[in-house]
Design a protein around this ligand. Structure first.
Ligand code: NAD
Length: 363
């Protein structure tokens, strides 16, 4: 085993069907008194229900979270929190809503921090990471800052019952992508490897049950458990080519986040396979033991099959990518070097993107 130093912080987790009912207790445990409830406009009703449930512990609802977290919305929310006398934020929703909570935490001053309590309703995993993304003047910047890590996370599978099946599967593959890249991270270690393999297994294992019945609370619980593990991996180690490509494609061409992850992952794994054989073996083991996919094939082929058999998109051309953007995407992908099992080669990445665009099977 190679030598390593490792430190990670994870939030307090309350897990289980019906665990939303413990929200008031969790706010008390934070030492807070009044929460500003954050959501997207689409999930405003859920946010209002949470506010009703909290009664006097709710300072108000801010249902304006959007993708890519414009700094203006973070500032508006921060001012609203101040105006309403809120001393914590409850983010109920997917990565965009958690992202707004994180941006508010960054905007807060040291003498009046606004701790975040996250209630994830997708499998994106942001609630487990100190990673934030913000868009200022049209430019998206990301970074790591321990101030943005939520203090408490409530994982309640019942809140994911409304997630449409399509997004259920792509969001599950988004989770798997975090774990897959965590397995070959340059700063990885055996503990992260255990979480990653189990995260992939649990996320994949949930898929057949969810496809058959999206209201299966047990399968929803398995998927959320997988998301917890995979999100923990994302927060603990560095990501490689796959995440950088998805960031470039999502940011430059405004493609849906979970869909891009779903389409790119098999191709990114094929790109890195020869230089990361242990990680590939781990992914194969995880998918085999999930019993959700094919029994034969490479890690890349198994992930491709997993997406396909559960009805997820497999081609960039089907999710809004313009054909004439592929050259630019390849160019952007190699602009900054970063650790990745296989060095970044422009022509090979251009080929990878073409295959992903066409929906061809990975090598
Ligand atoms: P999202 O938060 O953008 O949600 C997509 C849509 O689904 C929204 O309209 C939302 O309201 C709706 N939705 C969410 N849960 C629902 C539910 N249970 N029922 C019905 N509708 C529901 O999507 P996402 O994929 O969760 O998050 C993507 C964003 O999160 C991206 O901007 C990405 O960069 C960011 N992200 C950040 C991190 C991090 O560590 N910082 C990690 C993962 C993702």
């Amino acid at each position: 085993m190679h030598a390593f130093a490792f430190e990670t912080r994870i939030p307090r987790v309350v897990f289980g069907a019906g665990s939303l009912q413990h929200l008031a207790r969790e706010i008390d445990l934070l030492g807070a008194k009044r929460a500003l409830i954050l959501s997207t406009p689409e999930q405003a009703d859920s946010a209002r229900r949470v506010a009703e449930m909290l009664g006097t512990r709710a300072a108000g609802v801010f249902p304006k979270a959007v993708m890519h977290v414009p700094i203006e919305s973070a500032r508006e929310a921060r001012n609203e929190a101040r105006r309403l006398g809120a001393d914590c934020a409850v983010a109920i929703g997917g990565g965009s809503t958690t992202g707004l909570g994180k941006a508010i935490a960054l905007e807060s001053s040291a003498d009046s921090p606004l701790p975040i309590l996250a209630i994830p309703t997708t499998y994106a995993g942001s609630e487990m990471t100190p990673i934030y993304g913000l868009t200022e003047g049209g430019v998206k910047k990301t970074g790591r800052d321990s101030r943005v890590l939520p203090r408490t996370v409530i994982y309640d599978p019942e809140l994911t019952l409304t997630l449409p099946l399509g997004m259920t599967i792509t969001s599950g593959l988004n989770a798997i992508a975090h774990a897959a890249e965590g397995l070959y991270a340059h700063d990885g270690n055996p503990i992260v490897g255990l979480m990653a393999e189990e995260g992939i297994r649990a996320s994949a294992a949930a898929m057949p049950g969810l496809k058959a019945n999206p209201s299966d609370v047990d399968a929803r619980g398995d998927a959320l458990y997988g998301a917890w593990l995979c999100g923990t991996v994302l927060g603990a180690v560095s990501m490689g080519l796959h995440h950088k490509l998805c960031h470039t494609l999502g940011g430059s061409f405004n493609l849906p986040h979970a869909d891009v992850h779903t389409v790119i992952l098999p191709h990114a794994l094929a790109y890195n396979a020869a230089q990361a054989p242990d990680a590939m073996r781990s992914i194969v083991r995880a998918i085999h033991s999930s019993q959700a996919g094919r029994s034969e094939g490479s890690a890349a082929a198994l992930v491709f099959d997993l997406a396909k058999r559960h009805g997820a998109p497999t081609a960039l051309k089907d999710i809004g990518m313009p054909a004439d953007g592929l050259d630019q995407a390849a160019e952007l992908a190699v602009q900054n070097q970063y650790p990745n099992p296989r060095p970044l080669e422009r022509s090979a990445i251009r080929e990878l993107l073409q295959k992903a665009f066409d929906g061809a099977a990975p090598d």
